[in-house]
Design a protein around this ligand. Structure first.
Ligand code: FAD
Length: 438
């Protein structure tokens, strides 16, 4: 059985034509490359209220909340196993669990830290612990278990899950999105849905298929590489974040999983490197000159990318909602996207269920989704975007001086105002650099 939930309702070879065939936008028009041809060999047709594309944290959360809202939900995932391979540092802030209605559980939390050390290029460490940063400090997840936990929650809420199933195009009728053509094993399945939720991650195609502007500039992408290392040394109560030219335009991290096991990774801004392979050069160099890391062995390597952009201008279209990484909701300063994915997934699921109940999935009916994520996230994402734009231009000397100022001032709470006060007091020459975006 390919499903985590109840039966996979995808009877091999059966053909059900219980509804009108979807049209391309104009009867004369040829389908665009991403639009399914009408005469494709569709072997199975399905009809659901909500189709969620992608079973990452965003999609599973969306499916859970849509199902809780009473909708008949199908969650599809192209991979053969939800949660693997893991492409993630697995670090999250504690505050987020509550907000998405999850109780901390050993089922998916691997390690808890007291805070982080922000390490300047000259090695000076600024300790950011719970007393200084509140519950921003965090957990390190077992991301594969976490993703599966969320999928289980979706299934418990009533969503059907179909793995090894890829969306390959959107179905339209009269300009509205009315479902997706999917491939499941060797079968083509047209899934008609009142609302489609695109939760297909950083490499999302759903938004582009829908005609939304999803293009990313080079400077708005960080290339990431991460090793899981065993036999490393350090203080596992604090995750480490390395700033400066060791990770051009981004940062490197050591996120602890056990006292001698850590995710050691790097994100470098694409505008600062020649090609993505440079990420490996920078990560290897950092490990090579850090004896506590160099003594370890790599047991896993993952590469990926994150958007460090502003969110999409538009995240809805008639019949469609985009959420999580697909909507570019990753935090452009930290590259963290799990919380924002889950939050936007929750909003997407709730709004989709409401639209189904109201019998309307127009853009207006789906607009509460945009209003909700913008109210909760937009201001912070915009502030962090500006911050990242400045940070990628700072040289090592400036980063050193800023970190020294904050350390010397013994700032009690890390807030923008307190950091500016510290800089004003100890490095007034840097005020113009930091004012206006802190
Ligand atoms: C190296 C690295 C380290 C990171 N570290 C952190 C971190 O420490 N903390 C943090 O918060 N964030 C981190 N992130 C970001 C985080 O992983 C993402 O923000 C998060 O996974 C977003 O969840 P999502 O559900 O939106 O997308 P994803 O997790 O990418 O899920 C999308 C899913 O959709 C599926 N899919 C795609 N296309 C289709 C299709 N056509 N049909 C069916 N299924 C499809 C994919 O297989 C995938 O399972 C990191 C990212 C990288 C690359």
């Amino acid at each position: 059985m390919d499903s985590l939930s109840a039966p996979v309702v995808c009877p091999s070879g059966s053909v059900s034509v219980s509804f009108a065939e979807p049209r391309v936008d104009s009867p004369q028009a040829r389908p665009k490359p991403h639009e399914p041809a009408r005469n494709a060999n569709v072997q199975v047709e399905r009809d659901v209220d909500v189709l969620v594309i992608g079973a990452g944290p965003t999609g599973s959360t969306a499916a859970k909340y849509a199902a809780r809202g009473g909708a008949e939900v199908l969650l599809i995932e192209k991979r053969s196993e939800i949660g693997t391979p893991v492409r993630c540092g697995e670090g999250v802030a504690k505050r987020w669990l509550d907000e998405i209605g999850l109780t901390p559980s050993a089922e998916f939390i691997c390690h808890e830290v007291d805070g982080a050390r922000v390490i300047a290029p000259d090695g000076t460490a600024l300790v950011v612990d719970e007393t200084r940063a509140g519950n921003e400090c965090g957990y390190v997840l077992e991301r594969d278990l976490f993703d599966r936990y969320l999928a289980k929650e979706a299934a418990k809420a009533g969503a059907e899950i179909l793995i090894k199933t890829s969306a390959v195009g959107l179905l339209r009728d009269d300009g509205r999105i009315i479902g997706a053509r999917c491939e499941h094993m060797a079968e083509t399945v047209d899934v008609r849905a009142k609302v489609v939720i695109g939760a297909d991650g950083f490499e999302s195609q759903v938004g582009r298929w829908a005609g939304l502007e999803t293009h990313l500039r080079t400077r708005d992408i960080d290339a990431c590489l991460q090793y899981t290392m065993v036999g490393v040394a350090g203080n596992p109560r604090y995750n480490d974040v390395y700033l400066g030219s060791c990770a051009p335009g981004g940062y490197a991290w050591v996120f602890w999983k056990q006292p001698d096991v850590a995710n050691v990774g790097i994100g470098v801004n694409l505008s600062k490197i020649r090609d993505r392979a440079d990420a490996k050069r920078y990560l290897d160099a950092l490990i090579g000159r850090t004896p506590s890391l160099a003594k370890g062995e790599v047991i896993e390597e993952v590469a990926g990318a994150v958007s460090v952009s502003m969110p999409l201008e538009k995240t809805i279209a008639p019949g469609l909602i985009l959420a999580g990484d697909a909507a570019r909701l990753i935090d452009p300063l930290t590259g963290g996207g799990i919380l924002n994915g889950c939050l936007s997934g929750k909003y997407a699921g709730e709004v989709a269920a409401d639209a189904v109940s109201a019998g309307k999935a127009t853009e207006e009916a789906l607009s509460p989704y945009e209003r909700r994520w913008r109210a909760r996230l937009e201001e912070e994402l915009a502030r962090h975007y500006l911050f990242k734009e400045r940070l990628i231009r700072l040289d090592d000397e400036t980063v050193n001086r800023a970190i020294h100022a904050i350390v010397e001032a013994k700032v009690e709470r890390i807030t923008a105002a307190n950091v500016l006060d510290a800089i004003r007091q100890y490095e007034p020459g840097l005020l113009t650099v930091f004012e206006g975006f802190l």
